[in-house]
Ligand binder design. Sequence first.
Ligand SMILES: [Zn+2]
Length: 133
Amino acid sequence: MVIQKKYHFYAGHRNVEAGEKCGRVHGHTYKVKVHCEFPSWDGDIAMLFSEIDSICERVIKSFDHYLILFEQDPLAELFADANEPFISVPFQTSAENMAVHLFELLDEEGLPISCLEIAETESSNVIYSPSNL
Ligand SMILES: [Zn+2]
């Protein structure tokens, strides 16, 4: 049994390794789909949707309305010096890396997550599923 839930958050970022356009600071409405897998489902409720929401919303919304910067991005130091709020991550902020990061954060919270999809735009979607690598 798989339960899929959808979330979204708004955030700014840049990825200087992904060309001039993506290297500029810009924002997305990140759309996130979380798949929770229950391989030993016994016909009862697998997990309350509200329990999934309470974990996912806390983790995913922690990025909402922030600028997400690679910790080695020179802008991170400027923002820190200016005492401006931002989120520092230990990777370039590609959709692929964001998918892995969100997956790991949700997994660490005990969610039975099997797959995470993230979309920065309507036409592009990254799907991360460690069991299918
Ligand atoms: Zn982008």
